[in-house]
Design a protein around this ligand. Structure first.
Ligand code: MG
Length: 368
């Protein structure tokens, strides 16, 4: 009989947090919730406090660090979006806790810092995202030095079949209808622009220490293959599963293979898998993020991360058209460029660059 892992969940009422709680309910002997945080949803948090009466609960972004360093917690699931989760992630790692990371911006804006604190993907830093979990599963027992290249799959998002000339007129409602995954609003819009996939390339770089020229993205509309790893001998391993986040969440939390609440893969069904190149003309944001990543300017990446949070909010409010997201990212990269003193920005510098880029974009009357 093993003692249950004591788990803190930041973002307990969001899409990943709710699915993580499904995993907890499926494994009460393996996982015990000791702390739950939510950003705004007080009603749902109250329901969770009744269901998990011994867990500490807290609301709002100011509570994140305290929850992440809760003395009872040994594993912290970071499932709140945005750079707002950065301080809590760093605090948890510095406190010696294991972190299961579902947030994207933390590695995009501060990958160098998180890698230094955690050593990259492993027991201390567990990737939750399906593609990074897929890579992790394909590389288990292998040597990273023998990996020739890896590929992340991309479904193409909500607008993969919309004519390019119609993209300027698409609505937030349409953008929020992802073809294969059910996720929160930020990541769903980021999937429609393919910012999400470019972010995953950056995260792969920091999680696995792979250079950018060995990380590919492959168009794969069915979202059944999540990642591919090619070894030096030419053998390619792929990880397949039905698109259900509860599987990679469980793998990150338990670090083990046990039955999960996710649906099983039906290989008797008659179906096809398609693979192809990314249509770069359709996804200008994808190129902006990757060109900036290749440039190695860490300040520019912080600028992009800040600009994307602002651009997505503005698009969701109906303030800017979908096609203004890419120029906003370019502007963010420009604003963040060369803004830190040493070769790598530290935590306070990262947050200062983020704030400065937001303030500069706030002053900009958006591409009137
Ligand atoms: Mg993903």
């Amino acid at each position: 009989m093993t003692t249950p892992i004591r788990l803190a969940i930041l973002g307990a009422t969001g899409s990943i947090g709710r699915q993580a709680l499904d995993v907890v309910r499926a494994h009460p002997d393996r996982l015990r919730v000791v702390a739950l945080g939510a950003n705004r949803n007080i009603d749902q948090l109250r329901d969770l406090a009744l269901e998990f009466p011994t867990a500490r609960t807290a609301l709002g972004p100011s509570a994140l660090v305290a929850l992440a360093t809760d003395p009872d917690a040994e594993l912290v699931l970071v499932a709140t979006p945005g750079v707002a989760a950065l301080r809590a992630t760093v605090a948890a790692l510095e406190d010696g806790k294991r972190v299961a990371l579902a947030n994207k911006e933390v590695l995009v804006a501060a990958g160098h810092l998180v890698r230094r604190l955690s050593g990259g993907a492993g027991d201390r830093l567990r990737p939750v995202d399906s593609e990074h979990s897929g890579l992790w599963q394909c590389m288990a027992g292998e040597k990273i030095a023998q990996v020739r290249r890896v590929a992340l799959t991309a479904s193409g998002g909500a607008f993969r079949d919309v004519p390019i000339e119609a993209l300027a007129g698409v609505t937030p409602e349409h953008a929020l209808r992802h073809p294969t995954w059910r996720m929160g609003p930020k990541v769903t819009i980021d999937s429609a622009t393919l910012v999400n996939k470019a972010y995953e390339v950056v995260e792969t770089h920091w999680l696995y220490g792979l250079p950018y020229d060995r990380i590919d993205v492959v168009y794969h509309p069915e979202s059944l293959v999540h990642a591919l790893v090619e070894y030096v001998d030419g053998s390619v391993k792929a990880q397949l599963a039905e698109p259900d986040m509860r599987l990679p969440i469980q793998y990150a939390l338990l670090w083990d293979r046990v039955p999960s609440p996710a649906p099983r893969f039906d290989w008797t069904a008659d179906r096809s898998l398609h693979f192809g190149a990314i249509d770069l003309a359709r996804y200008p944001c994808f190129s902006v993020v990757l060109e900036t990543a290749h440039s190695g300017d860490l300040g520019a990446m912080i600028g992009i991360s800040a600009a994307d949070e602002i651009a997505v909010e503005r698009f969701l409010r109906g303030d800017i058209p979908f096609t203004d997201i890419a120029p906003t990212l370019r502007r963010g990269a420009e604003l963040g460029k060369n803004k830190h003193a040493g070769p790598e920005p530290d935590l306070e510098e990262i947050l200062a660059i983020d704030a400065a880029v937001r303030a500069a974009l706030d002053k900009t009357a958006v591409f009137a």
